[in-house]
Write a protein that binds this ligand. Sequence first.
Ligand SMILES: [Zn+2]
Length: 271
Amino acid sequence: MGEPFQLKKNNGVAYLSYPPWDEKKIVGHGFSTRQGGESRGPFASLNLGTRGGDNPFLVRNNRQKFLAIWEKEIKQLVYGEQIHGIETAAIGKTDAFTEKHEYPGVDALITAEKDVVLGGFCADCLLVFFLEPEIPVIGLAHAGWRGTCGGILEKVVFSMQENYGARPENLQILFSPSIKVGCYEVGDEVLEYFKCTPNKEAVVLQKDKKTSRVFLDIPETNRNVLVRTGVDPSHITSSNYCTHCYPDLFYSFRGAGGTLTGSMMGIIYLT
Ligand SMILES: [Zn+2]
């Protein structure tokens, strides 16, 4: 199976986008790589996250450079605090273009406002892009194992229905690069957590019979979760890139041994 995302370059910045969405022209969207920024050391070079301890001025420059690909500005960007929770914020006109960029306690954003740029950050976790083209309304969710079993994606689908009348069967979904099952060994803490969530039926694990090591398939688990909410499986497209296997292209929290590393960013906006 070929990679559905296309690797592109603009002004030195390497990024990924999904050609069928580029052609639709309802949305602008993209997912960054680590190439083409100003950050140094473990953050080299296009770090777009502020959490890891990188110089905030360099991160700001990197964000500006990334957003400039779509002729967007930092003042248009909104994002969640990302605490591995399931809170979803609907961004209206009054929220947009104010100083409020980061939404506390939030892991997913949805909006029907044009030119509000939804952003999300990850360095192994999955970013999930949502488009309901009939309304139109968009969403962007951050899903690691905790958010996945907590129900972040169902929450987004439900919020899009409730707030904007979106229909699950109309939703078009994109999964960003993320850590893939072969690189994502999980321990008892994670397995215990999954046993007592509403999403335990959706969980996809791989067990190595010789070593008894267990691996979690984050994209496949989230695919199952979405199908259970009424999303058409043929409307879900996933990148094949593993963030852990391509250290030249992506930051990986696991790959960095849980120490300092940068973040990629995904963005989506209605045109
Ligand atoms: Zn890998």
